[in-house]
Design a protein around this ligand. Structure first.
Ligand code: SAM
Length: 262
C-alpha cells in the first residue's frame, strides 16, 4: 500500500472519526492516552511546536492551551477542515495545513519541539517521518510521540475476559510480522451500539514494527532517548470504565520523548 492509498483511507475515516471523537467515544485517548502524554510533556510555554498527524486537532489544542505556538499537519483534508473550523470558532493561534509527515513543508530548524499522537505507526516509512521531524527541529529540540505498543498491540491482539467481562489476559501473536498497510477495521469501542450501527467502520492501515525496530530507527536518526512511558489506568478508573481495564494487564500504548543533539 502506497502513501496515496493510506491517505485515502484516512480521508474516508475523517468525518465519522471527528464526530465520534468529539462525542467522547475515543475513550482510550481522552481517559488515558492524552492525560498521560500531557503529564510527561516538558513545559512548552512560549515554544513553537509542530503536531504531526494532528487529526481534528483535539491534542493540538491541548498543547496550545499549555502555552505553545502550534502548527498542526495531517494528510487528510477533512481532518484539517474540522481543525480549522474549531480554530475559527475558538482561536488559539494554531495554524493547520494538509501535509505528509514523511515530507514536511517546513525549513530545517523551524520548531522547538514536535509531537505525534498515535500517528507514526500509521505511516509507511517511519524512517522518513523520524528524519523529517529531526530536520525541522532546532538543535536541542524534542519529539514526543505515542504509538500503539509494539509488544502488546501486534498484528494479532485479543483481550481475554471472563463471563463477568473481567480482563484475564491479553493474547498476543505475530509480534515479528511487520505489516505494510494491512487494514484493521474497527469502531470506537465506547460508541453506543446505535451509533456504531449507523456508520462504516474505520479502515486503518497499519505498519507494525518491533520494539527494536523503533529503537534502532530513533538511534539511527540521531535522536537521544530521554523518556519512555507505558500508560495504565488506576483501579478506580478501570472500575468506572471497564473498557480500559486491559491496560492494567499490559499497556496498549508506548510514549517516548527523544531529543535532537544540541
Ligand atoms: C490515530 S489518528 C490520530 C489523530 C490525532 N493525532 C489524535 O490523537 O486524535 C492518526 C492520524 O495520522 C494521520 N496520518 C496518517 N498518515 C499520515 C501522514 N503520512 N502524514 C500526516 N498525517 C498522517 C491520519 O490522517 C490521522 O489523523
Amino acid at each position: 500500500m502506497d502513501s496515496a492509498d493510506v491517505a485515502a483511507c484516512w480521508e474516508a475515516n475523517a468525518e465519522t472519526w471527528t464526530r465520534h471523537a468529539r462525542a467522547g467515544y475515543d475513550l482510550y485517548r481522552d481517559a488515558q492516552n492524552t492525560p498521560a502524554f500531557m503529564a510527561n510533556l516538558p513545559s512548552v510555554g512560549g515554544l513553537e511546536g509542530l503536531d504531526i498527524g494532528c487529526g481534528e486537532g483535539a491534542n493540538t489544542r491541548r498543547i496550545a492551551q499549555a502555552g505553545a505556538g502550534m502548527t498542526g499537519i495531517d494528510i487528510a483534508p477533512t481532518f484539517i477542515r474540522h481543525a480549522q473550523e474549531a480554530e475559527a470558532a475558538a482561536p488559539l493561534g494554531i495554524s493547520y495545513q494538509v501535509a505528509d509527515g514523511m515530507d514536511l513543508p517546513f525549513a530545517d530548524g523551524s520548531f522547538d519541539f514536535a509531537t505525534a499522537f498515535m500517528s507514526l505507526m500509521d505511516m509507511p516509512r517511519q524512517d522518513r517521518v523520524l528524519a523529517e521531524a529531526e530536520r525541522v527541529l532546532r538543535p536541542g529540540g524534542f519529539l514526543q510521540f505515542s504509538i500503539l505498543h509494539p509488544c502488546f498491540a501486534t498484528p494479532f491482539r485479543r483481550v481475554l475476559r471472563d463471563e463477568n467481562k473481567t480482563v484475564l489476559g491479553i493474547e498476543v501473536r505475530e509480534y515479528f510480522r511487520a505489516t505494510n498497510g494491512e487494514i484493521e477495521t474497527w469502531r470506537f469501542g465506547a460508541a453506543p451500539e446505535h451509533e456504531k450501527a449507523k456508520v462504516e467502520p474505520f479502515k486503518v492501515p497499519r505498519f507494525h514494527r518491533t520494539l527494536s525496530d523503533w529503537i534502532n530507527l530513533l538511534v539511527t536518526t540521531g535522536f537521544t532517548i530521554e523518556h519512555m512511558h507505558e500508560p495504565t489506568v488506576d483501579a478506580e478508573t478501570a472500575a468506572r470504565e471497564p473498557y480500559l481495564a486491559d491496560t492494567r494487564v499490559a499497556p496498549l500504548f508506548l510514549h517516548m520523548r527523544v531529543r535532537k543533539a544540541g
